[in-house]
Ligand binder design. Structure first.
Ligand code: TMP
Ligand code: MG
Length: 239
């Protein structure tokens, strides 16, 4: 089974659709239905468990102030520090489903609209990381998002910020779709069951398209084969 890599961008406060165990040989389940008998793992960014992730968590929880540019680089560094492990899993044939990735990194920083920190600047630090086969973007109006549980607890969770983030995601979608990944917008309004149905259908289509393609791993952002450190050397696969 060829390994695949998918990213889900889940609006804050949306529901949880995946019930994957994080163990090897687990099966990818969607809406409690086995999607495919594939070895799959669920990942998320930021990974708040590392030292860099601890700093990011303090920033998001508003217990620490950080420079906007510095925190952008920390989010990116948090992906780079997981790169070797991510590539190792892919080389073993594990399918990765990841909650947020560099697309959120670009969207949230670009949404701050700081001089000199436009899209090119925001994309630069993630250049050379692996691109996912598909992005499932769960789109929800900020007015709807704020009605969902837990909204407003963390930094960025305001209607104004999420409106700006949503506009940034539209630009990112136009830039990346067909270049380094496939962008699939999923309407995240409605009940758990309704959204679950939509995500299920989109995910199934994405997995099937990726399984047919035999496309090699591509790089952020140009879709080239220039993924940093890929393919792995024999000794790197074992660690
Ligand atoms: P989450 O853990 O609930 O997905 O929240 C992570 C928050 O961090 C969310 O507001 C999006 C934001 N974010 C960035 O600003 N940059 C990034 O690179 C990533 C992955 C997330
Ligand atoms: Mg989330």
């Amino acid at each position: 089974m060829q390994s695949r890599f998918f990213v889900i961008i889940d609006a804050r406060g949306a529901f949880v659709f995946f019930s994957t165990s994080s163990h090897f040989s687990s099966h990818l389940h969607l809406n409690h239905q086995p999607l495919h008998q594939v070895k799959a793992e669920m990942w998320r960014f930021p990974d708040r468990t590392t030292e860099i992730g601890t700093m990011i968590n303090a920033y998001l929880a508003r217990s620490k102030e950080l420079d906007d540019a510095a925190v952008h680089l920390l989010f990116s560094a948090n992906r780079w520090e997981k790169r070797a492990e991510l590539l190792r899993e892919l080389s073993k044939g594990t399918t990765l489903v990841c909650d947020r990735y560099a697309f959120s990194g670009v969207a949230f920083t670009a949404a701050k609209q700081k001089t000199g920190m436009g899209f090119d600047w925001c994309r630069a630090p993630d250049q050379g990381l692996p691109a996912p086969d598909a992005v499932l973007y769960l789109d929800l109006a900020p007015a709807e998002a704020e009605k969902r549980g837990g909204f407003g607890e963390e930094r960025y969770e305001s209607r104004e910020m999420l409106s700006s983030v949503r506009e940034a995601f539209d630009e990112i979608a136009a830039f990346v779709d067909g270049r380094c990944t496939r962008w699939v917008r999923v309407d995240a309004s409605g009940s758990v069951e309704e959204v679950g149905e939509r995500v299920g259908a989109a995910a199934r289509a994405a997995v099937e398209a990726a399984a047919q393609g035999g496309v090699p791993l591509r790089s952020l952002w140009d879709g080239s084969a220039g993924v940093v450190g890929w393919p792995l050397k024999e000794e790197e696969k074992k660690v």
